[in-house]
Design a protein around this ligand. Structure first.
Ligand SMILES: Cc1cc2nc3c(=O)[nH]c(=O)nc-3n(C[C@H](O)[C@H](O)[C@H](O)COP(=O)(O)OP(=O)(O)OC[C@H]3O[C@@H](n4cnc5c(N)ncnc54)[C@H](O)[C@@H]3O)c2cc1C
Length: 256
């Protein structure tokens, strides 16, 4: 959900004054981490742990920044922390240079658990935006584009269906595990390849309840430094490992 804001957003962060301020004084809007406030919530009270992350950014984040902003909006959004829906990665063809087919299948679980949780999260976002302390600072909703007077539930459904996107936390295409289908074993060693370990997001057996970068870096540090495969070499090494495993070159498997 994007709500217009009357000045003071990061709209001008990368304009000349913002750049000069940052380069000369290390101050100003470019020191922002963009998503400046977070919170965690449960979509249902019976859940043992929060399943939603609520985030707030004073940023002109339209259409994944593919469209130039024209105003000062703030973004209030929800992230589903433990999606039930499962996507899949398959080979497009036998061509080893061909790109894989990546089908994330967002919100596709048959019971609608993910969709309902996201709508609950959007209701929390709407409630926050209409709290007296924020309401007085905010202008009209600019995304989704709805006619004035649109019922809240319809607006939130449109927000989900039109504005939903990934926040790029892929994990687990080469997950670790003790079963034969896993690519690495829990000490990060690649099955069937001696002396090769992988420590990055691709080996995570389950997604964490937060943003992935810190865990990826910690995973790297936790592994034996003598065996750590540096990030830039990881995919190449993994490809070598897969070649050894399946007896031929394979599509890059570390990136999804
Ligand atoms: C737009 C965006 C925003 C994000 N924002 C956040 C955030 O705010 N907070 C957060 O916690 N996480 C964020 N993430 C997620 C985070 O960046 C990833 O979880 C993390 O980088 C994964 O680390 P990694 O080491 O597994 O993979 P990567 O960091 O992707 O490293 C893989 C490396 O392998 C190299 N490589 C790939 N193929 C080959 C090859 N064939 N040969 C040699 N090298 C190869 C790549 O160049 C790359 O350097 C964001 C991701 C994106 C894309």
């Amino acid at each position: 959900m994007r709500v217009q804001f009357d000045g003071g957003s990061l709209f001008a962060a990368d304009k000349i004054p913002g750049l000069v301020n940052y380069l000369l004084r290390w101050k100003g809007m470019l020191t922002s981490n963009v998503e400046e406030a977070y919170g965690f919530a449960r979509s249902r009270p019976d859940l043992p742990l929060p399943d939603l992350e609520i985030l707030f950014a004073p940023a002109p984040f339209f259409e994944e920044r593919l469209v130039a902003p024209t105003a000062h909006p703030v973004v209030i959004g929800v992230v589903l922390l433990e999606p039930v829906s499962r996507g899949q990665i398959t080979l497009r063809s036998a061509d080893p240079a061909g790109k894989p087919v990546i089908d994330p299948r967002y919100l596709s679980d048959s019971d609608g658990i993910d969709r309902n949780a996201m709508l609950d999260g959007l209701r929390i976002c709407a409630a926050l935006a209409s709290a007296p302390s924020l309401r007085s600072q905010l202008g009209p909703i600019v995304r989704p584009v709805v006619p004035p007077g649109t019922p809240d539930e319809e607006m939130l459904t449109r927000a989900l269906e039109e504005l939903g996107q990934t926040i790029y936390h892929p994990f687990g295409p080469c997950r670790m595990g003790r079963d034969a289908a896993s690519v690495v074993i829990p000490d990060l060693e690649v099955r069937g390849v001696d002396e090769l370990r992988i420590a990055d997001a691709s080996v995570m057996p389950a997604i964490i309840r937060g943003h992935t970068l810190g865990t990826d870096r910690r995973e790297g540090r936790r592994s034996d430094p003598q065996h750590v495969v540096p990030s830039r070499r990881t995919a190449r090494c993994r490809r070598t490992a897969m070649q050894a495993k399946i007896g031929g070159p394979c599509e890059e498997v570390s990136r999804i």
